[in-house]
Design a protein. Structure first.
Length: 359
């Protein structure tokens, strides 16, 4: 399903031959960039972070005694769509992803219950950022390589002139390059203000996708934690998910656990200090049989836009007459796979429009 909106903006698509700008280097934006670049388009990707991956994120650090890492965003992904399954197989072949065969269960408030499921769960290897890093390396080696510009915060869009779209950022001011299309692959609450001045209808679409916060706590343990699960959905607790991150394939270092708070708890404590959040979630972990909070080292991270409730269940949004588009998991089904499918769909729509225009 694809949503196309009518807008009051009357300018036309800029001249062919100009590059395409993609804002956001999570999986949706990278996938969109990959397909467009493979189709022969020049693509520039902008992201406010220091590197790619979005919420497929891994925290890495080291202290005087050891190095550690922990996936603190997306925990795993499934692959139901035939095309995405082929992409995952390519990542597996490249060593960027692998099947996680951990013991997955539920804690119902009283006890752990292991799942007897054939569901395949994949993770990036050696960390969740690896598929994104693999895509970036591939795109930098294409005959028409994708250009990546990191630590660039794109400001609200301004209507394009006949020369095309121009992007502005506080870090670099106006970009000298003009673009024939601008594609936003950012969370809905970040997309809305970028769109307001050029297409209020698309801004309204973005505001219709409420996104929820999630606190995550990364826990380094001095010894293995004797729980019967490697990943667990938690009920009747401030926690909704715990995972023995060090059980995932390709990991090394000390026993490391990831704690995700429930969305309700996270929203209620969204402005709390990280130390207070860490103490509360470590105590909830201890009540499940986790280690004494005083015996571990822990680091908290707050995701303001962790997921969409509910996602919009559309493939993406594309306005061919102006060259403006949106993709992301919030537009699809809220999953890693949904992000990939949304980026792929938008790239196909954009390529069809531009190919027709230059035919």
């Amino acid at each position: 399903m694809t949503t196309t909106m009518t807008t009051t903006v009357t300018h036309s698509l800029p001249p062919a031959g100009l590059p395409i700008a993609i804002v956001g280097a999570g999986l949706a934006g990278l996938t969109c960039a990959q397909f467009l670049a493979q189709a022969g388009h020049r693509v520039h990707v902008f992201d406010k972070s220091r590197g790619p991956s979005g919420r497929m994120s891994t925290r890495r650090s080291s202290d005087a005694s050891t190095e550690w890492q922990c996936d603190h965003g997306a925990q795993y992904f499934t692959a139901r769509d035939t095309h995405f399954r082929a992409q995952v197989a390519e990542w597996e072949h490249a060593g960027a992803a692998a099947l996680w065969q951990g013991r997955i269960g539920t804690h119902d408030g009283q006890r752990f219950v292991l799942h007897d499921s054939a569901l395949q769960r994949f993770v990036g290897t050696p960390r969740m950022t690896s598929p994104a890093a693999h895509l970036v390396r591939h795109m930098e080696q294409l005959p028409q390589p994708v250009r990546f510009q990191w630590q660039t915060t794109v400001q609200p869009l301004q209507a394009p002139t006949g020369a095309g779209w121009q992007l502005h950022s506080p870090e670099h001011g106006p970009e000298a390059q003009r673009y024939q299309a601008v594609l936003l692959a950012v969370p809905a609450p970040q997309a809305a203000p970028l769109l307001e001045a050029v297409t209020p209808e698309a801004a309204t679409l973005a505001r219709s996708a409420p996104m929820r916060a999630c606190w995550s706590v990364m826990v380094r343990c001095p010894q293995p934690v004797p729980l019967p699960v490697d990943g667990c959905f938690v009920e009747h607790s401030p926690l909704r998910w715990i995972a023995r991150d060090s059980s995932k394939p390709g990991r090394s270092g000390p026993e490391t656990w990831l704690l995700h708070a429930s969305h309700a708890w996270s929203e209620a404590h969204v402005h709390d200090e990280a130390a207070a959040v860490t103490a509360a979630l470590l105590q909830a972990f201890a009540q499940l049989g986790g280690p004494d909070p005083a015996s571990v080292q822990a680091t908290a991270h707050r995701w303001l836009y962790a997921d969409t409730a509910p996602p919009l269940h559309v493939d993406g949004w594309w306005q061919p007459e102006t060259g403006l588009g949106l993709c992301g998991d919030w537009l699809h089904n809220g999953t890693v796979e949904g992000a990939w499918l949304s980026g792929r769909h938008l790239a196909q729509r954009v390529h069809t429009t531009l190919a027709t225009r230059t035919a």
